[in-house]
Design a protein around this ligand. Structure first.
Ligand code: SPQ
Length: 429
């Protein structure tokens, strides 16, 4: 781990960025490609460390996966074609891999042990383990299976009806994956919509799945068949450039081919509320997912309240939205976002400590934060907390500080956006 000095004198962003593939969709393309029958071609796959963990896991279970740059060929032999891995599965930093694989491994006829890095080892798994146990899963691990390392003794499962107690797409997806292997119907209800990429892809691969207004039914009756996936650009990665374009004077930047699935576009609603100059063009549908181009220009912004149902639609963008709020006039209140405490780090504390260190007027609350702006940020020393989104927020903050920003590392950015610095350099004028 080595310190990085971030110093940008009179920067301005101009030009276009094609952000890399969506992390959530990339994970799911490997999972569904691996458990279906036939050859799935994934284009624009995200080469981030988390998604590579998902590829490794299926290779360890005997699936042939060939990677040619950002194109991945998955030779699926069906659920019954998966073999017991010869070693424990290392899921690194990836919460998505861990929670989705818990669902799948619960119904497969072998025993597997999974583990991860220091951050993953602190993230709660009971939210997934509890409903899976209701389905009959046999799961053991640290603190009654709440933390990895966890051992899953896969076997027969039965369908359940479950109302999500946390607003989490990972929990929903884990239950749906287990539902693919369970006897009878599995029904998941959610009070607030979370990202729906699992449902969209299950439909495309031919699962027996039905969508109700607030719930989803799945059974083991469908036959999963290979289906090519064109991964849209990740709006969570685009978010860093959207905010940079909005807060750096003189900037205009266009993000091409960004995923605009409505369960992910909360950031666009907030931009509009704050008076940002943002336009959407070239909207189209690929592989069941909406995509388009986003152009943002620097302008004066006003504070807002971010709460309620929009939170799951922008949960990963809150760190960078907090930076945006430091440059907006008036008060911004972020609430109902206590889930931030159980991400790669406690993102409420990490965001507030870092932005305070740079001179912002920001106060943490139990379920979010309160920011008073606009503040000319001074610069200073921050930590990435080994969290990719906190690290990228630090870099974008450095574009508007008077003095340099010193950060303890930048390699965590490879989790979701390995080409981040290259893309940033290309639009910095
Ligand atoms: O995979 P991981 O580490 O959980 O990734 C994060 C991120 O910031 O990239 C969260 F830390 O995104 C999650 C997201 O917060 C990815 C995800 C998914 O692909 O299903 C869903 C969200 O998590 P959750 O807990 O709300 O289901």
């Amino acid at each position: 781990m080595s310190n990085v000095i971030l110093e940008y004198t009179s920067p301005k962003l101009e030009g276009e960025v094609v952000v890399p593939g969506d992390k959530s969709i990339s994970h799911r393309s490997i999972i569904f490609g691996s458990i279906s029958h036939g050859l799935t071609k994934v284009s624009n796959f995200l080469d981030g460390e988390d998604c590579l963990r998902t590829i490794d896991a299926f290779r360890d279970m005997g699936v042939q996966i060939e990677k040619r740059g950002n194109t991945v060929l998955v030779d699926g032999k069906g659920l019954e074609g998966l073999k017991k891995p010869e070693k424990e599965l290392d899921f690194g930093n990836s919460g998505t891999t861990t929670r989705l694989m818990l669902g799948l491994l619960s119904g497969l006829p072998f025993e597997t042990t999974i583990f991860g890095d220091a951050s993953l080892s602190k993230r709660p798994m009971d939210r997934v383990v509890n409903p899976l146990r209701e389905m009959g899963a046999v799961i053991e691990g640290k603190q009654e299976g709440n933390y990895v390392p966890i051992t899953i003794k896969g076997g027969a499962l039965k369908g359940i009806t479950y109302r999500l107690p946390v607003k989490s797409a990972q929990v929903k997806s884990a239950i749906l994956l287990a539902g693919l292997l369970a006897e009878g119907e599995t029904v998941v209800y959610e009070d607030t919509e979370t990202r729906n990429h699992t449902e969209v892809m299950l439909q495309a691969f031919g699962a027996d799945i039905k969508q109700y207004e607030d719930g989803i039914m799945i059974s083991n009756k469908g036959k999963l068949t290979a289906c090519d996936v064109e991964v849209p650009g990740d709006i969570s990665s685009a978010a860093f450039f959207l905010v940079a374009g909005a807060i750096v004077p003189g900037s205009t930047v266009t993000l091409r081919n960004v995923g605009l699935n409505e369960s992910r576009t909360g950031i666009l609603d907030v931009f509009k509320q704050m008076g940002a100059a943002i336009t959407i063009s070239n909207e189209r549908i690929t592989g069941g997912e909406k995509i388009g181009d986003l152009t943002v220009k620097h302008t004066t912004l006003k504070g807002t309240t971010i709460e309620g149902d929009v939170i799951p639609r922008l949960i990963d963008e809150i760190p960078i939205l907090a930076l945006l709020a430091t440059q907006a006039e008036g008060k911004t209140v972020i609430k109902d976002a206590e889930e931030l405490k159980v991400k790669e780090t406690d993102r409420i504390q990490a965001v507030c400590d870092n932005l305070q260190a740079l001179g912002a007027n920001i106060t943490p609350t139990e379920d979010g934060m309160v920011i008073e702006g606009p503040t000319k940020l001074a610069g200073g020393t921050i930590s990435s907390y080994m969290d990719h989104r906190i690290a990228m927020m630090g870099v974008i903050a450095a574009l508007v500080t008077e003095k340099p920003v010193e950060m303890d590392e930048k390699d965590s950015i490879n989790i979701s956006y390995p080409t981040f610095f290259k893309d940033l350099e290309a639009v910095l004028k």
